[in-house]
Design a protein around this ligand. Structure first.
Ligand code: HEC
Length: 155
């Protein structure tokens, strides 16, 4: 029994060391089209969303320790793919409108910022005051985009 525990512990330790060798992509690609937002809104987005939805991710120490690092890297990759404020200007008007709608929906449903992220980022938590600001901002931006119709197609 004692031997079993010893070997078990040793092999788990070995496995832990071994998985540290798996490469993890923690890059912050260049910012090619940053979203333009009022300062107050920017502050909220930076605190609550930018770690997963921009190319300005602050990689925490545990993002260097497997297997947690794999989860963090995965969330950032998927997050950026869905919505990336650093390349926002490259989005079409249609996509921007869709994203504004989704941003508010996700916050209203309490789905974003992700619950697991809030465990280590208490300051990122949404409250009514912040949510109200985001709501007003997304509505205003959506209206501004709708007013800007294409000169030829009118869409
Ligand atoms: C810990 C990383 C993380 C944080 C922080 C985070 N998100 Fe996300 N977000 C994701 C991931 C991963 C996805 C894609 C998978 C999913 O939809 O759950 C996503 C998806 C989304 C989507 C697309 C949802 C859809 O309809 O498919 C929106 C919009 C979004 N996030 C908005 C936000 C906003 C706004 C904030 C800040 C208030 C935020 N997120 C904070 C990781 C994050």
């Amino acid at each position: 029994m004692k031997k079993f525990l010893l070997y078990g512990t040793l092999s788990l330790g070995g496995l832990f060391l071994l998985i540290q060798l798996v490469p993890v992509n923690r890059t912050n690609p260049p910012i090619t089209g940053e979203i333009q937002v009022p300062l107050a809104v920017k502050k909220i987005l930076k605190t609550s969303c930018y770690d997963c939805h921009s190319n300005e991710t602050r990689w925490p120490w545990y993002s260097y320790v497997a297997p947690i690092s794999w989860l963090v890297a995965y969330d950032v990759k998927e997050g950026r793919r869905e919505l990336n404020f650093s390349v926002w200007q490259t989005y079409t008007t249609k996509r921007k409108k869709k994203k504004f709608k989704e941003i508010w929906e996700e916050i209203a449903k309490g789905k974003m910022p992700m619950g697991v992220y809030l465990l280590t980022h208490k300051e990122a938590k949404m409250d009514t005051a912040k949510a109200t600001q985001i709501k007003a901002w997304t509505e205003q931006e959506t209206k501004a985009l709708s007013d800007k119709k294409h000169p030829k197609t009118g869409k």
